[in-house]
Design a protein around this ligand. Sequence first.
Ligand SMILES: Cc1cc2nc3c(=O)[nH]c(=O)nc-3n(C[C@H](O)[C@H](O)[C@H](O)COP(=O)(O)OP(=O)(O)OC[C@H]3O[C@@H](n4cnc5c(N)ncnc54)[C@H](O)[C@@H]3O)c2cc1C
Length: 400
Amino acid sequence: MNLYEQQPYWLMKNGIVAQYPSLDKNLSVDVAIMGAGISAALTAWYLRNAGLNIAVFDRRHVAMGSTAASTAFLQYEIDTPLTELRDYVGETNAVKSYELCRKAIYDIEHLCKTLKPAFDFHLVPSLQYASFNTHTAKLKQEFELRKKYGFKINWLDKADIKKTFGFEAPAAVFSEDGGEVDAYLLTHALFADFCKEGHQVYNNSPVKHLEHTNKGVTLHMTNDLRVKARKLVIASGYESLQYVPKKIADIHSTYALVSEPLHDKYFWHRNSLIWETATPYMYFRVVSENRILIGGRDDPYHHPHMKPSVIVKKTTQLCNAFLKKLPDIPLKADFSWAGAFATTKDGLPYIGSIPERPNTYFALGFGGNGITFSVIAAEILRDMISGKKNNNAKLFEFNR
Ligand SMILES: Cc1cc2nc3c(=O)[nH]c(=O)nc-3n(C[C@H](O)[C@H](O)[C@H](O)COP(=O)(O)OP(=O)(O)OC[C@H]3O[C@@H](n4cnc5c(N)ncnc54)[C@H](O)[C@@H]3O)c2cc1C
């Protein structure tokens, strides 16, 4: 499966930032990590000082899976509103999941400050507007529930939105806690720091087949080499689904574009992340070099090889939808791409282990908040692999 088609902006902007070898000998390690995207990088980094010998293998190149295509909104509001999530997992667990995603934004801020430079990380507020008048009542319920649990939010009516953001919408929730990052660069920086501790990262090293025993896992690689590991972490993005016997996610297609650079005068209140209540939704934000990123208009299927004409059509739709809101911005698409995108029944990730695969842990941050989920997965898996109890693990386990 192609994880994306055409030119994700960050890949074009940053190019190849580091080289890693391919595997050329058999290995024996304490922990093997399959995949080298943001989920693997965070898990590896959180484990790096646990006194374990760790190796990471990617079938492609570091961060060149979905991570390169990510539009990297960092939000605690997941695709399932809190008012709906409580019906799936109960109010306490729903609120806890939102709180963990909010904490993850600040964990990424801390990481970016620690690793330096800042990888285009910024704390920015987010605005979710009602796409139609009929969505206002539900958005108000969402606002009230989040307010009750102490989330820093304000309700904006039509006049407030026009005055503050300059566009028309019936109502909106303005949220103080949000962020954005260059996920591609952050992944490379995490691996660079991880390798300083003597651990290893390999490009072009696909795992063909897994053999589980009660002592550990053997990774059979496509070039007939073998890696023996006491523990395995599967962080292979959407391609991880083949290792889970039951269906846990649907794969959709999502689309994004980045505009040509624009004058500062065209940006909006505090460069907020902006998204809407419609399904599928459109979202937009300001990215580096004074460009605007627009994404969304998902399709509920994914073709392994998408036709370029589909991306052209979606780019036009996204530009038109944006210009309907902000017609005075002279927007011209510069880069556009499509990506695979997985959704789960409740919008939460799957983190942890399954009985069918002993000594193996999954970091599956599916959904619109994949990156904040990756942070949560890294923390939980670090504790599980180090034999410590993690009270949050139950929220995201496979048999929830
Ligand atoms: C267009 C788009 C927009 C998005 N926007 C957002 C957003 O705004 N905010 C957000 O939080 N999330 C967003 N996401 C989701 C987010 O990008 C993902 O959740 C995240 O990048 C997943 O990272 P990962 O490391 O789990 O997967 P990946 O980055 O895909 O990494 C998995 C790696 O595993 C490797 N692999 C697979 N199989 C094997 C094998 N057999 N052997 C060895 N290696 C293997 C792959 O080559 C790949 O590099 C978006 C995704 C897309 C596509």
